[in-house]
Every structure is written in structure tokens, then in C-alpha cells.
Design a protein around this ligand. Structure first.
Ligand code: ZN
Ligand code: ZN
Length: 307
């Protein structure tokens, strides 16, 4: 029987968190890239090794399991893989609860031991004095202690804004875009008053505004809002992450539709380079971005008027 993995807060994909991965037991796969069937993988479970996740990616092509690494793995090295709950997406308590209920063990990975210090800002209130990160009622930047009634007030405002957000989503789903935009804007303004600038709820509302504008055919305004949520993905998941690459893809499409082809070429090109590291050659996503890039480049070339 395979020993249980004991570090479960990694994330699938390259470039995310080299030190937060799961120990996963895999056969000796040898150097940089190889193919093997899942049954083979199970049969040859001869070693387990450590390898930072940024150097490792697994995917299926049909029923073939493909494991790619960007460096050689020596025999006996441990490889890390992700089981789902990741410290970029959930706080420590949420992760521990999921891991207990699904895998029945206590995770002791670096993120769980360290207490998510670097990630508090993505779910933090804004310090009323210095606009810094307030974590459990203390500002991590100026050490201000926020009193309990202020904290209670912040929580209440947060709940109110969540309701606004849900109402706006309902309006958007009912295709009442003008009404939805007004409520999303109200929600954004309020959230900006008391949430730390990198709070994930601010990024969510920017993304929703982008969707709303795009649904109305205003891709230019949509792109401006999308820029904010793309930047958030970079900060949260890392500049080589799958999440960031997919956000860039979305932005490139919106920029193309907005007629901002120069920006589109830049973003699509960046996205293409990232996807080339993340997906196998010929993958659907790679083809899509390539096509978009070519279309945008064509649109950049001045058209010659026939005489
Ligand atoms: Zn963990
Ligand atoms: Zn402060």
C-alpha cells in the first residue's frame, strides 16, 4: 500500500510554490520528460523523491499519463504533487478541515506550519491608520491594534458587501447588465474603503465588472477592469503559474475584441510562452493563443489599399 502523502497544500502547475507541495509517491520516471501508462506508473513505484513543483507537471493524453520535469530526477528523490487544498486558495483551517475529512491526516507542510504569513494580505482588512494589512485585529505594518467594536464593524460591512456582490451576480445572470454594473460598482467602492488593496474580494468584483462590460460589448472598459484581476492572479499565484497564464489569455481575447491589438499581441505572446511550459505541444489552449496572436499581428499590419 502507498504511504499516505503528508504535505497536501501544493498546487498543480509550474511556477507556483516551490516549497509547499505534497509528497506523492511515484515510480522512478528518469530524466526530463517521459511517458508511461498509469498501470506502468503503479507497477514501478520504486522510489519517491522531492522536487519543487515549479519543475514538475503531470497530465493525461488520452489514457497515457505524462510526467514532465525541467530537471533530471535522481533515483530515490521525492516528487511533490498537489491534492487540491492550496494555501493560495484557502486559509490554514480550511485546508486542515478538507484534508482531515478527505484524507484523514494532519498536514504539516511549510505553509501549515508557518501560518500563511505571506498570504494574510489576500484576505485582510485595511489598516485605518496606514492602509496596511490587518491580521487578527493587528496591523502587520504599523502595529496598530484595532479595537473589537471596529473589527465587528468591519465584519458586518464585509457581510453587507458580500450580499451586494451576490445581488449583482444575480442581476448579471438575468442579463440585466446596467443594473448589475451599478451594484457591482457600489460593492467595489465600499470594499475599497475597508479591504486591503490585495484582498481577493476586490479582484473578484473587478473580474465581475469586466464580465458585465464584455457582455454589453464594451470590451475596452472590460479590459481595464480585467487588468486588475490579472495582476491579482500574478501576485497570488506567481508569475509563472497556470492561473496567471489563463488570466492573461482571457485579457488577450478581450483586448483583441476591444481593437487594442498592439496590447493584445504583447499579452498573447507572454501567455504563449507560459503555456508552452505548461502544456504539451499541440495542446488546444496553445493552438488557441497562437491563432489569437497571429490574428492580432495581422491586424497590426497596415492594409494596402487596392488601386
Ligand atoms: Zn499543509
Ligand atoms: Zn497600520
Amino acid at each position: 500500500m502507498v504511504p499516505p502523502p503528508n504535505e497536501l497544500c501544493g498546487i498543480p502547475g509550474f511556477g507556483l510554490v516551490p516549497d509547499q507541495e505534497i509528497r506523492h509517491y511515484i515510480q522512478n520516471l528518469g530524466p526530463a520528460a517521459l511517458k508511461s501508462s498509469p498501470t506502468e506508473a503503479i507497477k514501478h513505484r520504486t522510489f519517491f523523491g522531492t522536487l519543487p513543483l515549479r519543475q514538475f507537471k503531470i497530465f493525461f493524453i488520452g489514457d497515457t499519463l505524462v510526467v514532465c520535469t525541467t530537471k533530471d530526477i535522481s533515483k530515490g528523490e521525492e516528487i511533490y504533487n498537489c491534492y487540491g487544498p492550496h494555501y493560495c486558495r484557502m486559509n490554514r483551517d480550511e485546508r486542515q478541515a478538507v484534508l482531515q475529512s478527505q484524507y484523514h491526516f494532519t498536514c504539516d507542510c511549510a505553509a501549515c506550519q508557518g501560518g500563511d504569513v505571506d498570504h494574510h494580505r489576500f484576505g485582510a482588512y485595511k489598516c485605518p491608520r496606514c492602509a496596511g494589512v490587518v491580521h487578527t485585529s493587528t496591523c502587520l505594518e504599523c502595529d496598530l491594534i484595532v479595537d473589537s467594536s471596529t473589527m465587528a464593524n468591519l465584519k458586518a460591512r464585509s457581510t453587507q458587501c458580500q450580499k451586494l456582490f451576490e445581488n449583482a451576480c444575480g442581476l448579471m445572470n438575468a442579463q440585466q447588465y446596467q443594473a448589475a454594473l451599478a451594484v457591482f460598482e457600489q460593492c467595489r467602492e465600499q470594499r475599497q474603503e475597508f479591504l486591503y488593496k490585495h484582498h481577493r474580494d476586490l479582484a473578484l468584483v473587478q473580474d465581475a465588472l469586466a464580465r458585465c462590460w464584455a457582455s454589453q460589448g464594451d470590451f475596452c472598459t472590460a479590459a481595464d477592469h480585467l487588468n486588475a484581476s490579472v495582476e491579482f492572479a500574478r501576485l497570488l499565484y506567481g508569475s509563472r503559474s497556470l492561473e496567471y497564464a489563463h488570466e492573461l489569455h482571457k485579457l488577450a481575447e478581450v483586448l483583441f475584441n476591444a481593437g487594442r491589438v498592439r496590447e493584445c499581441v504583447d499579452v498573447a505572446d507572454r501567455c504563449l510562452h507560459m503555456f508552452a511550459d505548461l502544456y504539451p505541444p499541440g495542446h488546444k489552449v496553445l493552438r488557441e493563443v497562437k491563432e489569437l496572436c497571429e490574428m492580432a499581428q495581422k491586424a497590426l499590419v497596415p492594409q494596402v489599399n487596392p488601386r
